[in-house]
Design a protein around this ligand. Structure first.
Ligand code: ADP
Ligand code: MG
Length: 277
C-alpha cells in the first residue's frame, strides 16, 4: 500500500505565489478529486508534483512512501511510482507508442503487468478494452489524434506502467460521452484490481483527479472531493460536495471562506495552454 503525502505546500511561478499551503493525502485504492475554478492553481499543483522546470517550491513537503519527491528529478519521481496525465498530452513525431512505452517501462525498472504477454500484446488488449482502434497504435506518439484518442492512449500508459499514484488533470477535457465512460471505468478498475490483478502483482492505484465538472465523477467515483480556490484546499467532503458545487458554483464557497471573487476567480490567459515540452 502506498501513500502520497503533501504537507504545507507553497509554490511560485516567476515570483508569483500560486500554491498557498496545500495539504492532501492520496493512498492506494482511493480516488481524491480536486475541483476548482479556472486559474486557481490546480494544474500548477500537478506540475509542481512532477517537478516541471519553472516552478519553485517555497515551503512544504511531498513524500511518496516516505521518499522525498521534491529532492528528485522528474524521471526519478516517475520511477518512484508517480504518474502524471497531462491536461494537454504532448505530440512526439519521432517515436511510436509501443516503443515509447517500452522505454518508459524500462526506466521504471518494471515489466509490463498482465501475465507473461509481451508489451505489444498487452497494449493491444488495453486498446480493445478502451475502444481505441489498434491501427492508431502504429502512429507517431499522439500525432494527429483527437483529444479522446490521446486520453485513451494515456490511459493505456497508465494501465501498463502501473504506477502507485496517478495525477490526472482534466481527464475529461475533449472527451465525448463514450470515451469519458471507457477511460473513467478503466481508471476506476485500476483502483480495484481484484483477485486477478493481485495475482498479476498489481497494487490498487491511488488517484488524484483534477476536474471542473461533476460529470466525470459519476464514472470515476471519488472517495473525497476537495474544493480548490486561490491556491489552496478550502473545503473537503464526500461525493455529495461535488453535487453541491454543481448547484451553487464556487463563488458561494469562496465567500464562505472570506475570499473575494477577484481573489478566487482571476483567470488571466492560461500560460499552459501550449504544452511547452
Ligand atoms: P488551473 O489549472 O486551476 O486553471 P493554473 O495552475 O493553470 O490554474 O494557473 C494558476 C494561476 O497561475 C493562473 O492565474 C495563472 O495565470 C498563474 N500563472 C501561471 N504561470 C504564471 C507566470 N509565469 N506568471 C504569472 N502567473 C502565472
Ligand atoms: Mg488547469
Amino acid at each position: 500500500m502506498s501513500l502520497l503525502k503533501i504537507e504545507g505546500l507553497h509554490a511560485e511561478v516567476d515570483g508569483h505565489p500560486i500554491l498557498k499551503g496545500v495539504d492532501l493525502e492520496v493512498a492506494s485504492g482511493r480516488v481524491e478529486a480536486i475541483m476548482g475554478p479556472n486559474g486557481s492553481g490546480k494544474s500548477t499543483l500537478q506540475h509542481v508534483l512532477m517537478g516541471r522546470p519553472g516552478y519553485t517550491v517555497t515551503a512544504g513537503t511531498v513524500t511518496l512512501d516516505g521518499t522525498d519527491l521534491l529532492a528528485l528529478p522528474t524521471h526519478e519521481r516517475a520511477a518512484a511510482g508517480l504518474f502524471v496525465g497531462l491536461q494537454y498530452p504532448v505530440e512526439i513525431p519521432g517515436i511510436g507508442f509501443v516503443e515509447f512505452l517500452s522505454e518508459a517501462l524500462a526506466a521504471t525498472g518494471r515489466r509490463a503487468t498482465g501475465s507473461g504477454a509481451g508489451i505489444a500484446e498487452v497494449v493491444r488488449l488495453e486498446a480493445d478494452r478502451l475502444g481505441l482502434a489498434t491501427a492508431l497504435l502504429d502512429r507517431p506518439l499522439n500525432v494527429g489524434l483527437s483529444g479522446g484518442e490521446k486520453k485513451r492512449l494515456e490511459t493505456i500508459q497508465l494501465a501498463v506502467l502501473a504506477p502507485k499514484i496517478a495525477i490526472l488533470d482534466e481527464l475529461d477535457s475533449g472527451l465525448d460521452v463514450d470515451a469519458l465512460r471507457q477511460v473513467s471505468q478503466r481508471v476506476e478498475s485500476l483502483t480495484h484490481p481484484g483477485d486477478a490483478g493481485a495475482a498479476a502483482g498489481r497494487e490498487p492505484l491511488g488517484v488524484l483527479v483534477i476536474t471542473h465538472y461533476n460529470r466525470l465523477l459519476f464514472e470515476l467515483r471519488p472517495d473525497r472531493v476537495h474544493v480548490f480556490i486561490a491556491g489552496q484546499i478550502v473545503e473537503s467532503g464526500g461525493p455529495e460536495l461535488a453535487a453541491e458545487l454543481e448547484q451553487t458554483g464556487y463563488e458561494q464557497i469562496a465567500r464562505r471562506h472570506g475570499l473575494s471573487s477577484t481573489q478566487a476567480f482571476v483567470a488571466p490567459p492560461d500560460p499552459f495552454a501550449d504544452p511547452g515540452f
